[in-house]
Write a new protein. Sequence first.
Length: 147
Amino acid sequence: MGQIIKQLFFKAPLEAVWRVWTDVAKTSEWVEGVQESRITGPVKEGKGLSWQEKCLFGKNVIQMDHEFVEWEPGKRTLTRTGLPMGGSMECRAEFCRTDQATQVDLELEWDMGMVGAFIGEEKLQHMMEKTFNLTAEKWKARAERAN
């Protein structure tokens, strides 16, 4: 089991930050390692929206299946992700306006299943933190540029 808890601040309106976060068809443009993303279900926005990503994981390409299981526009989401070899991940995101910025509180929890057993939890935690930090920087740049 692994976990990352972070608080991010954007110099952009909440609407711009939210728009980038929820435009899942474009995650390959700002999420580190994502090579392709496509909506896989009938829901196009909100709770129940599901999508699939092909991601670079080390030297391999893996498939991840995501779904927004909670959705409160401009306030919060909960995403559940199915990973290869019995793995899973959840990501909680809470959005709020501050005087000078948009604040996003993120909590990621994962169980990489057999992959975690092969790689080792410490190495996996390091890989996830590195990917998260690169993604956060790209997300900030994209939202702030749209401002």
